[in-house]
Write a protein that binds this ligand. Structure first.
Ligand code: ZN
Ligand code: ZN
Length: 356
């Protein structure tokens, strides 16, 4: 069953769905376009693409027919009329208030526009479970990301700036097949490492630094995500201590990743190790997140995950960290594919502390 068919099954007769967010359109069609709109009912599907994308789309999209998008609201009204649909579900999380208002006004005589989260939930639930093709692309993206890590640790030298190293890493990945970058790469050295999402700066790498790399390649639209922290030249007792705590926490959380596990319990496994070592206040973010057509997607491994559980085919990151303002930080992140009895770690780079 294609993703289009899976989503169609969630619709009742008389209902249509309008999908405009780029990641969801990419997921449904296998084709990336900045702009466009997918319309579905139980029985019909069409991908509306404007003149910039229609030619490429007609060649690339295999899961539903394409048609020329001329004037969105008129195209949507015509589709609803042909399909006798009087309710239009839209993506609540992805639609701006302005766009929702314009759509409601334009369709006032045609259909009831509903942004009640139903469509988002159906997309999220289906996107969580990766297909064989998506997994193949994710494995390729992570293999390239692991290569990138091997490359960059061989090319680190004292005096190079974080910004220079980040650019070098990005260039390496793009030259070797990455379609882009999963997100703006993080290279955080020394005291900058205490900010989990530090932006690479002009700070030169120095002996005694811990350096955190958080980065990923993109293959077939699938985003890889990994983090490693390395030491330059030497390591202090404190640095070694926090590295060991983060590594233990990461392994404890990974050990909990399996089908049926509560997402909050995976998070707690990491958090408990860090708290027991006395660093509970130094780990503010969630333990992990789903990855796929977006760098952050469902499911989240967080204390606020409620009763959500992992299922076979989910791919999640596991990335606890410790951040000490004024001192630095450590984070270790792998991507894990959830299997029936456990998980397969898609990240192959070693996790023992590298002292370069
Ligand atoms: Zn990351
Ligand atoms: Zn991540």
């Amino acid at each position: 069953m294609t993703h289009v068919e899976a989503l169609q099954r969630t619709l009742a007769s008389g209902q249509a769905a309008l999908i405009t967010s780029p990641a969801a359109r990419h997921w449904l069609s296998g084709f990336f376009a900045d702009d466009g709109a997918i319309l579905l009912t139980r029985d019909r599907a069409v991908y509306l693409l404007d003149s910039r994308y229609i030619e490429a789309g007609e060649k690339a999209v295999k899961t539903l027919p394409c048609a020329l998008l001329t004037r969105l609201f008129e195209n949507v009204a015509a589709f609803l009329g042909e399909q006798v649909a009087d309710t239009l579900l839209i993506e609540a999380e992805q639609t701006t208030v302005a766009a929702e208002s314009r759509l409601k006004t334009a369709l006032t005589d045609v259909a009831t526009v509903l942004a009640d989260g139903r469509l988002d939930a159906a997309i999220e639930q289906n996107r969580r479970v990766k297909t064989a093709e998506e997994l193949q692309n994710l494995r390729a993206a992570q293999a390239l990301t692991d290569d990138g890590f091997s490359y960059i640790v061989e090319h680190l030298s004292l005096g190079r700036t974080e910004r220079d190293v980040a650019l070098d890493l990005e260039t390496y990945l793009r030259k070797n097949g990455s379609e882009g970058v999963s997100f703006d790469f993080i290279v955080a050295s020394g005291e900058n490492g205490s900010c989990p999402h530090a932006v690479p700066s002009d700070r030169p790498l120095q002996k005694g630094d811990l350096v955190t790399f958080d980065f990923g390649a993109v293959v077939g639209g699938m985003h890889a995500d990994m983090t490693r922290t390395v030491a330059l030249g030497m390591v202090s007792d404190k640095q070694k201590e926090i590295y060991d705590v983060v590594l233990s926490a990461q392994r404890a959380a990974l050990a909990c990743v399996k089908a049926g596990a509560r997402c909050a319990d995976v998070d707690k496994a990491a958090r408990d190790v860090i708290a027991a070592a006395g660093y509970g206040d130094c780990f503010g973010h969630g333990t992990g997140h789903g990855v796929g057509f977006e760098i952050h997607e469902a499911p989240n491994l967080s204390p606020r995950a409620g009763d959500k559980t992992l299922e076979i085919g989910n791919v999640v990151t596991v990335e606890p960290g410790i951040y000490l303002p004024g001192v630095g930080g450590v984070r270790i992140e792998d991507m894990a594919l959830v299997t029936e009895n456990g998980h397969e770690n898609l990240t192959k780079s070693k996790k023992s502390l590298l002292i370069l």
